[in-house]
Design a protein around this ligand. Structure first.
Ligand code: FO1
Length: 306
């Protein structure tokens, strides 16, 4: 069994490679839910949906979120009533997922059960679990604005504002979702996907029982650096690291992960920092980590399993 800690796009690409080289039934993805939000009255779980849609081959390839072949008629109607609400786009096809999830949660089903239903309806063989069934909300304190929700920071402000701190509302009392701790305890290999260490992997590691379970398996945990040559391939991870006092480099990533992971996979572009990663307390493996497509993703998956 292989267990993967996941954020959104980078994790989804890694998983798409992994299921080419191992039986999908042996894979459990534990996914960040700190990005989750209420929008237009619906419960939105962006990272869970990005993982699901990517593995189903249904993701919008251009954006990395939502479904391909989208139309936007519902948003046009919403804009007619109040254009100010339309900064967060829900496509007509994607809406079905949020309607279903919101209805099932209102019926009392836990998020992990609803996620299982959605994943199986898309015909996927792997197990996808939210890190917790409790609502956890990533909040960002931004220069000149105070504290705002994660999607307000990421989408409305296009993450072009200066972040002073990040708070995970609800994390202190959040238990791991059913199956999460077992998936960590029983896996032969645990992989930390190349996702944002602060706002994607950070919330997963901040679930106290998850962190303790990982620390107990440290020798078998392999992380992939989402920082290549000092920069994030996608999103604001590099700026966020610096704004919050970390180093935007594979060494900065190693310092964040060294307590829960023994090994860090870094890109060939960072081969020169391998000894600094080792000095920071992690075994360093140098390999191509940039996933241009399925071939590179499968090759990276093999590296993390070897
Ligand atoms: N990202 C955007 O940049 N603009 C959007 O309007 C937007 C809508 C959206 C709807 C559903 C969903 O699952 C994701 C969506 N995202 C959107 C992506 C999302 O905000 C972020 O990529 C993640 O939260 C960061 O991992």
């Amino acid at each position: 069994m292989i267990t993967v800690l996941c954020g959104g796009v980078g994790a989804a690409r890694y998983l798409a490679g992994l299921v080419q080289v191992v039986d999908p039934a042996s894979v459990t993805a534990i996914v960040n839910t700190g990005d989750d939000t209420w929008m237009h009255g619906l419960r939105i779980c962006p990272d869970l949906d990005t993982v699901t849609y990517t593995l189903a081959g249904a993701i919008n390839q251009e954006t990395g979120w939502g479904l391909g072949g989208e139309t936007w008629q519902a948003m046009d109607t919403l804009r007619r009533y109040d254009a100010g609400r339309a900064w967060f786009g829900l496509g007509d096809r994607d809406l079905g997922t949020h309607l279903y999830r919101t209805a099932r949660l209102a019926e009392g089903a836990p998020l992990s059960a609803v996620t299982g239903e959605i994943v199986s309806a898309w015909g996927l063989g792997l197990r996808v679990l939210p890190m917790t069934d409790d609502p956890v909300a990533t909040k960002v304190t931004v220069e000149g604005m105070g504290e705002i929700g994660f999607q307000e920071y990421f989408v409305r402000e296009q993450h072009s504002v200066v972040v002073q701190s990040v708070r995970l509302d609800g994390i202190d009392s959040a238990p791991a979702a059913a199956g999460v701790l077992e998936a960590i305890a029983e896996a032969e290999r645990i992989v930390v996907a190349p996702s944002n260490p602060i706002v994607s992997i950070g919330p997963v590691l901040a679930v106290a029982s998850v962190r303790a379970a990982l620390a107990a398996r440290r020798a078998d945990v392999v992380a992939i650096s989402p920082i290549v040559a000092g920069a994030a391939l996608k999103g604001p991870a590099d700026r966020l690291l610096v704004e919050l006092g970390h180093e935007s480099s594979v060494v900065g990533v190693a310092r964040l992960y060294r307590d829960i992971a023994a090994t860090l996979v870094v890109d060939e572009a960072d081969a020169g920092l391998a000894s600094a990663v080792e000095d920071a307390g992690m075994t360093c493996v140098v390999a191509p980590t940039v996933m241009h497509g399925p071939t590179e993703a499968a090759a990276l998956a093999k590296v993390t399993l070897s």
